[in-house]
Ligand binder design. Structure first.
Ligand SMILES: *Cc1c(COP(=O)(O)O)cnc(C)c1O
Length: 360
């Protein structure tokens, strides 16, 4: 028999959303944190133009896109690394900086892919408590062990939607041992940028990476473009383990054009925040204990796992697909991505009806 290596055999498959609905129902998918609207028309045009020359390999250095990012975020070109989504970068960072004798640490309700990345690196995955589904810097510091090599923090968090001030991220960095790599995953940074000074300056200390993506606020999830601000010495190591041609030419062109159409992205964030906050206040009025979110989704807590799964099934029967959160240690909660206005109204109406039919 052909056998995989034991650590791969022992891994669970990454749980993606189950998107199938009863026959006759229109699908309302609010399960994947994709943007509520398509990307900027400038991005789709640039991708179509780039497709005309796809008999050629893409630029492995992503020069045009990286120059755009450097100018936009006032970063040096040699600090920017692009990947096929930030998932790609997370996996490559874990494999480059942790191994079988090491540990990777993240908060209890962190993005589940951090655990997968640790498994791919054969490293132990440690977690620590959060406070009200929010990252607790002191708990992270207490959970550091002699073999901790990387700390992953998503800020704002997924699936929690909560965030800590960037001053707390800086306090974490200052208190962590200098030879521990801190990875700050800001996949939802654009939705919270107005709240705080950016963290990109932290990379100058040589031991912190800040990740961003074009999948959320820029609406390019289908193209797979993530990037990070890295200390150059770390960037060079991570790049060695990456697929050198992972980002297609149309994807690079689309991301660059989307970046230049900044006002389109800001408008997406504004529309998202309005729809999100309307949904939160309607759900709170109906008795749901929803936390404030700083992202393009909201986390809806139920009395327990059984209620969350029952509500999930009832909504699926109506065509509305949310996302259960057992993988992130929140089995009593469902995550709802902010979608189009009619989809949001439909989903929130059904949730409120479910609550009325299932009091206590
Ligand atoms: C969506 C998400 C990612 C993955 O983004 P891609 O760039 O599409 O790979 C990474 N981190 C967090 C916290 C996310 O929510």
């Amino acid at each position: 028999m052909i056998r995989p290596v034991p650590y791969v055999a022992n891994m669970a498959a990454y749980p993606l959303a189950q998107i199938e609905v009863s026959p006759g129902k229109t699908l309302v998918s609010l399960s994947q944190n994709e943007s509520l609207r398509p990307p900027s028309p400038m991005a789709t045009k640039a991708a179509a133009d780039a497709a005309l020359a796809t008999h050629l390999y893409p630029d492995p250095d992503c020069i045009a896109l990286r120059e755009g990012l450097a100018a936009h975020h006032r970063l040096n070109l040699d600090t920017i690394l692009c990947g096929a989504g930030s998932l790609d970068l997370i996996g490559c960072i874990a494999r480059s900086y942790a191994g079988p004798d090491d540990a990777i640490l993240a908060p209890a309700h962190a993005y589940p892919f951090f655990r997968t990345a640790a498994q791919m690196a054969q490293a132990r995955f440690d977690t620590c408590k959060e406070k009200d589904a929010t990252v607790d810097v002191d708990a992270l510091l207490n959970a550091v062990r002699a073999d901790t090599r990387i700390v992953f923090v998503a800020n704002p968090g997924n699936p929690t939607g909560t965030r800590i001030p960037n001053a707390e991220v800086r306090r974490l960095r200052a208190a962590l041992h200098a030879d521990i790599l801190l990875v700050v995953d800001e996949a939802y940074g654009e939705f919270a940028d107005h709240l705080d000074a950016p963290t990109f300056g932290m990379i100058a200390q040589g031991n912190t990476v800040v990740l961003r993506t074009f999948s959320k606020a820029y609406g390019l999830a289908g193209f797979r473009v993530g990037w990070g601000a890295f200390p150059p010495a770390i960037l060079q190591q991570v790049r060695k383990v990456m697929n050198p041609n992972a980002m297609s030419a149309p994807a690079q062109a689309a991301a660059h054009a989307a970046l230049l159409d900044h006002s389109y992205m800001r408008e997406t964030c504004t529309q998202t925040a309005q729809l999100r906050d309307t949904a939160i206040s309607r759900l709170r009025d109906a008795g749901f204990d929803v936390l404030q979110s700083h992202t393009n989704f909201l986390l809806i807590p139920f009395k327990g796992k059984a209620q969350a799964l029952a509500a999930d099934a009832a909504l699926k029967a109506e065509g509305v697909v949310l996302r259960a959160q057992s993988g992130a240690g929140l089995p009593q909660a469902l995550r709802m991505t902010v979608g189009k206005p009619d989809h949001m109204k439909h989903a929130v109406d059904h949730l409120i009806r479910w609550k009325q039919e299932h009091p206590t």
